[in-house]
Write a new protein. Structure first.
Lengths: 369, 240
């Protein structure tokens, strides 16, 4: 039956190609959307997770790194440091801002960090120097590509100018990119004397992170204390929760389009081969055999479409990412497996209507001249 | 003719089409017994119900009333699945338009039927090759159907019909699409299958040239069957 299905498909190469391409493009769309989601999911939270801290202290009501709607007094740093389980404390000033370069606006997630601890600073310098001095800024490499900025360029905000002295990777949040200045520069730029956005802390070796977090939560007024992982997750939710329904909708549409194209082409082939199906019934094949034949043809089409779609995803993704730096496609093996299962469901779904049509073919059709 | 000798038997078979208040009686209490080794040709005017008789005899349609018995198996109470099994194992079909599966080769057309009958791949291949050799088609076994001539296609169709050693072959106008020479080849083949292999052949035809191959001729008209002498039919226009 598999051989007959294969030969039927090969006999009608053009139709088979259209059908497989239909599934292939649906698979491509589904795979790339899931890959984009996974890429964003990874990038959006990874900076927060990679900051060398066990916990984040934020103003109550602030839930993420991106909005950064938190203001905490400098004095709170000492209060945190006074806990016997705290090893070190570092402040961060974070604000989404708009700078100008050559008359164009450049959106930046500005991060002012303490250069003495380095906590929350540039994750991995790829060009220039790491620690920005007064009037200096280190840009995320994706932002540098998007905005066409390089070492030596100048960014301005009001009357303050920053010279780009370094490029770092690891600051890409997909929808915005971090750039790094010294804590004093950030304070001066934002006119925030005596205040920071977040306090981060690390736990002494042997200290209980849960216990420390609970103590800080109880003793510090008007704050929420997050573990690094929780804060990263909250930041992911902030960005991705608004994207998930859109991705889900497009994945659903791609799924329906895949089923529709495959179903239509297989159905058309079924109608055209109605006589052959009638002959098969006449010479002893039953409806179940013919359902199987249609299903196998659909499955073969699905698998070929799947291979084509995944190959297309892997081939196109690097070019797309080069073209659109914000696009991050992370294709995981388990997501490909999920898409394979989806394809099998898609192919099985596409076979339902044609199989019903085959079931209704009158074998006496074979006697008609 | 003794009923017990028949490999195909129609007992009081009636077939009615159309609305209850205005029915068309294609067959009225038709009875027919076909024993092994006989070539029986059904003739009659167009629209007399000859093809309907074949579809009923071939377990493709259940009659309005009556019973069809194929190789000792009464068909009226069988499920669709069992009927398909009866068709596979005891009936061979030869159609006017050949109806071979175009995506397969000659050999694969035969193997498909054998594999459906659960014959292992190697045995199926050997059986199909042997039969093609007997029927003079071994040189075309790997050919695609579309490359065959009409005569070759019909011979392959006959090979497919007999490959499972059926009790009866039902042939619907097997020479209608062929010229005289090819038609004669096909009829010789069917006669050989009946007389040498022991398979009964029930055939519908309008072609009076085939009558000389018949052991019996039955005439179907107005829903009734009537036995006719081959000699008398050959001396007259069968359509008259």
């Amino acid at each position: 039956m598999i051989e007959l299905a294969l030969r039927n498909l090969i006999t009608e190469r053009t139709r088979f190609a259209f059908s497989a391409a239909g599934i292939g493009f649906a698979v491509f769309l589904i795979t790339i959307l899931i890959g984009m989601y996974q890429g964003w999911n990874q990038k959006v939270g990874s900076f927060v997770e990679d900051v060398n801290a066990d916990g984040w202290v934020v103003r109550q009501g602030t839930n993420d790194f991106i909005a950064a709607a938190s203001i905490l007094p400098d004095s709170m740093g000492q209060q945190i440091a006074n806990h016997p389980d705290v090893q070190s404390v570092s402040p961060l000033i974070v604000r989404p801002m708009q700078f100008q370069h050559d008359g164009k606006n450049v959106d930046i997630q500005l991060v002012g960090y303490d250069e003495t601890t380095g906590v929350g600073g540039p994750p991995k310098i790829t060009k220039g120097k790491g620690n920005p001095g007064p009037g200096e800024i280190v840009l995320d490499s994706t932002l540098a590509r998007i905005a066409g900025l390089g070492i030596g360029d100048t960014l301005t905000s009001g009357k303050t100018s920053f010279k780009v002295t370094g490029i770092t990777s690891g600051g890409n949040f997909a929808f915005t990119q971090a750039s790094f200045v010294s804590l004093d520069s950030a304070r001066s730029l934002l006119d925030m004397p005596g205040f920071v956005t977040f306090w981060t802390y690390s736990t002494k070796p042997g200290g209980s992170q849960a216990h420390l977090r609970s103590d800080l939560q109880d003793t510090l007024p008007g704050v929420t204390v997050f573990s690094s992982h929780e804060f990263a997750q909250a930041t992911r939710h902030r960005i991705l929760d608004s994207v998930i329904p859109i991705i889900g909708l497009i994945v659903g549409l791609a799924f329906i389009v895949g089923i529709a194209i495959t179903s239509l082409t297989i159905y058309t082939a079924t109608i055209e081969r109605a006589r052959e199906f009638g002959v098969m019934k006449a010479i002893g094949f039953n409806n179940f055999d013919l359902y199987r034949l249609v299903l196998v043809q659909s499955m073969i089409t699905g698998v070929v479409g799947f291979v084509f779609g995944v190959a297309l995803t892997l081939a196109v993704s690097p070019f797309a990412q080069r073209l659109v730096p914000q696009l991050i496609v992370y294709t995981r093996a388990k997501d490909v497996l999920f898409v394979l299962i989806t394809t099998v469901v898609m192919a099985a779904g596409a076979a339902i209507v044609p199989a019903r049509r085959v079931g209704s073919v009158d074998p006496a059709i074979a006697f008609k001249g | 003719m003794a009923t017990s000798d028949a490999v195909l038997e129609l007992v009081d078979v009636s077939q009615t089409f159309g609305a209850k208040d205005n029915p068309t009686h294609a067959m009225k209490s038709v009875s027919l017994q076909i024993p092994a080794r006989q070539v029986v040709i059904i003739m009659g005017p167009s629209g007399a119900g000859k093809s309907t008789l074949l579809t009923i005899a071939g377990a493709l349609r259940k009659p309005t009333s009556g019973e069809v018995i194929v190789a000792g198996t009464p068909l009226s109470s069988l499920s669709e699945r069992r009927l398909a099994e009866v068709r596979l194992r005891t009936i061979g079909f030869v159609f006017q338009e050949f109806n071979l599966l175009s995506s397969l080769t000659v050999l694969q057309n035969l193997e498909l039927v054998l594999r459906k009958a659960r014959m292992p791949g190697r045995s199926a291949s050997a059986r199909a090759t042997e039969l093609l050799s007997i029927l003079g088609l071994s040189h075309r076994k790997d050919a695609r159907i579309k490359t065959l001539s009409g005569g070759e296609r019909q011979r392959v169709a006959i090979a497919r019909a007999v490959v499972n050693n059926p009790a009866v072959i039902l042939a619907d106008e097997p020479t209608a699409s062929l010229d005289g020479i090819r038609g004669a080849e096909v009829m010789s083949m069917l006669q050989m299958i009946a007389h040498d292999m022991g398979t009964a052949v029930l055939m519908v035809s309008h072609d009076h040239r085939v009558l000389k191959y018949a052991d019996r001729i039955v005439w179907l008209e107005d829903g009734h069957l009537e036995e006719r002498e081959p000699a008398s039919m050959m001396s007259s226009d069968p359509r008259s």
